[in-house]
Design a protein around this ligand. Structure first.
Ligand SMILES: *Cc1c(COP(=O)(O)O)cnc(C)c1O
Length: 449
C-alpha cells in the first residue's frame, strides 16, 4: 500500500492532488446524500489489493483461468461472511452493482416481454424496477404501483395490480421511501398470483443486517443490494436468498440458487472484480460488529431527529417523518426547486440531492424535492443533538437563497460564507472515522488506499 502510495505521489502529482483534495472535501462537508456512506480504510485497502491483477471467470473451484487459488479462498470467504451477516443460505458476491444484480435476477425470472410489478420511479422506485428510461422498462412489460394519500405504499393497489396483470415478479424496494417496507405483505401478494418476490434493499441493507429494519431474506425469493450505500463497502452488488434458495425457477426444475449463479456469470457479467470482492468480505465483517449495530441505531435516531427539527423549521416532510435513514423534503413551498436547493446547499458545504416527489411537475434534473440521509452523519459520531445543528444550518443556507427561476438563484455571498464556516466547524468537531489519515502510515489517504 505504502509503496503504491509513494509511487503515485512521485509519479503523478496532478492526480494525487485531486485525490487528496477529495479527502479534504469529505472532511469539511456535511454529506447527507442518502445513498452514500464512508468505507473504512481497511475496506479501501482490500479494494486496492494486488488481487485485482487476477483474471478468472467463473466461480471458486470452477474457473475458466488458472492462478485463482487465493481468489477462490477470498470469494468463498466473502460468500460465507455475506450469508452469516444476513442470515442467508445463498449469496453471490460477483455483481458489479445492484443494477447489474437486478438485471441478472430479472433475466433469470422473467422471460423477454414478461410482466414485472414494481414501485413507480416518481413514487420512490428505482430505474431498474421497470422504468422506461432503463432496459428493464423496454425488455419487460412493467406495471407500477404507487403511494396512498399519506405517501405510504398503497398495498391495496399492489394486490389489485397483481391480480389484474399476473406479473412473473413483484419487486419490493425503493430509492426514496422513508418508511418500513412490509415484506410479509408483499410476499402474500406475490403468492396470491404465483409471482416471485424480489426484495431490493440497496438503500437499507445496513439496517436490515443489524435488525433495525425487518429482514426480507426468508420472505423474498431473492434479495439484492448494493454494497456501498449503507454497508460501508466497496462499489458493488450482492444477491442473497434465504429459505427459498432451493425453490424451483420458472422452468420448474432448476433451483433459484443455480439459476442466479448462471444469471450473473455467464449470462450478464464476465470476469468478477477480485479485489472488490475482498473489500466486500472486509465490509461484511465490519457490518457484523457491535459498533456497526450502534451506528445503524444512531442512523435511524438521527433521521427521526432531523425530520422533526426540519418540520419545526417549517419544512414539509413527506409522510410526516421517517422509519429509516432517509428524510424526504418537499422544497417547493420554500419557493425554490430541488436543483436550486441542492446547489445552494453545496455552496455552503452541505450535500443533499434533489429528488422527484409524488405529483412532481418538474423534470428529473430540476425536481421539487430534496432527499437527505443520515448514514455519514452517524458514522462521524453525530447524534440527535447535532441533527438540530444540521437542520439549522440547512435552513440558514436556504433562507439566504433567492430563486430566480427553476435553476438560477442568488445568494448573499457574505452570509453564505458564514454558513460555510459554521459547517466546517461542526465537521471539525466530528471528524470522519479515518480522520483523513491512514493511522498506520500517517499519510493522507486520498490515493492508493
Ligand atoms: C441505488 C439503487 C440501485 C442501484 O444500485 P447501484 O449499485 O448503484 O447500481 C438499485 N436499487 C435501488 C432500490 C437503489 O436505490
Amino acid at each position: 500500500m505504502r509503496l503504491g502510495m509513494d509511487a503515485l505521489r512521485r509519479a503523478d502529482p496532478e492526480l494525487t492532488a485531486l485525490l487528496d483534495a477529495e479527502v479534504r472535501q469529505q472532511e469539511t462537508t456535511l454529506a447527507m446524500v442518502a445513498s452514500a456512506s464512508i468505507a473504512d480504510p481497511s475496506v479501501l485497502a482490500a479494494g486496492g489489493a494486488a488481487l485485482s491483477n487476477v483474471t478468472a471467470e467463473g466461480y471458486p473451484g470452477a474457473r475458466y483461468h488458472p492462478g485463482a487459488e487465493q481468489f477462490d479462498h477470498v470469494e468463498r470467504l466473502a460468500v460465507e461472511r455475506a450469508k452469516e451477516l444476513f442470515g442467508a443460505r445463498y449469496a453471490n458476491v460477483q455483481p458489479h452493482s445492484c443494477s447489474s444484480a437486478n438485471l441478472a435476477v430479472l433475466a433469470a425470472l422473467v422471460p423477454p416481454g414478461g410482466t414485472l410489478l414494481g414501485l413507480d420511479l416518481d413514487s420512490g422506485g428505482h430505474l431498474t424496477h421497470g422504468s422506461p428510461a432503463s432496459v428493464t422498462g423496454r425488455h419487460y412489460r412493467a406495471v407500477h404501483y404507487g403511494l396512498d394519500h399519506v405517501g405510504r405504499i398503497d398495498y391495496a393497489q399492489v394486490a389489485q395490480l397483481a391480480q389484474e396483470h399476473r406479473p412473473k415478479v413483484l419487486i419490493a424496494g425503493a430509492s426514496a421511501y422513508p418508511r418500513t417496507l412490509d415484506f410479509a405483505r408483499f410476499r402474500a401478494i406475490a403468492d396470491s398470483v404465483g409471482a416471485y418476490l424480489i426484495a431490493d434493499i440497496s438503500h437499507i441493507a445496513g439496517l436490515v443486517a443489524t435488525g433495525e429494519h425487518p429482514s426480507p431474506i426468508d420472505l423474498a425469493h431473492i434479495t439484492t443490494t448494493s454494497t456501498y450505500k449503507q454497508l460501508g463497502g466497496p462499489r458493488g452488488g450482492l444477491i442473497l436468498s434465504g429459505q427459498e434458495h432451493r425453490t424451483l425457477g420458472p422452468d420448474g426444475r432448476t433451483p433459484l440458487s443455480r439459476l442466479i449463479q448462471r444469471a450473473v456469470f455467464p449470462q450478464s457479467q464476465g470476469t468478477p472484480s477480485p479485489a472488490t470482492i475482498a473489500a466486500k468480505a472486509r465490509a461484511f465483517t465490519l457490518a457484523a460488529a457491535p459498533e456497526f449495530k450502534q451506528t445503524t441505531r444512531l442512523i435511524v435516531d438521527n433521521a427521526k431527529a432531523l425530520a422533526s427539527e426540519l418540520s419545526e423549521l417549517g419544512f414539509r416532510i413527506l409522510t410526516g417523518g421517517t422509519d429509516n435513514h432517509m428524510v424526504l423534503v418537499d422544497i417547493k413551498n420554500r419557493g425554490m426547486t430541488g436543483v436550486v436547493a441542492e446547489r445552494a446547499l453545496e455552496e455552503c458545504g452541505i450535500l443533499a440531492n434533489r429528488n422527484r416527489i409524488p405529483g412532481d411537475d418538474k423534470p428529473p434534473l430540476v425536481t421539487s424535492g430534496l432527499r437527505l440521509g443520515t448514514n455519514i452523519l452517524a458514522q462521524r459520531g453525530m447524534g440527535p443533538e447535532q441533527m438540530r445543528e444540521c437542520a439549522r444550518l440547512l435552513h440558514a443556507a436556504l433562507a439566504i437563497t433567492t430563486a430566480l427561476g427553476d435553476t438560477e438563484y442568488r445568494m448573499e455571498p457574505g452570509a453564505a460564507a458564514e454558513v460555510r464556516e459554521a459547517v466546517r466547524t461542526l465537521c471539525a468537531r466530528y471528524p470522519l472515522p479515518f480522520d483523513g489519515r491512514d493511522s498506520n502510515h500517517d499519510v493522507p489517504m486520498g490515493a492508493g488506499l
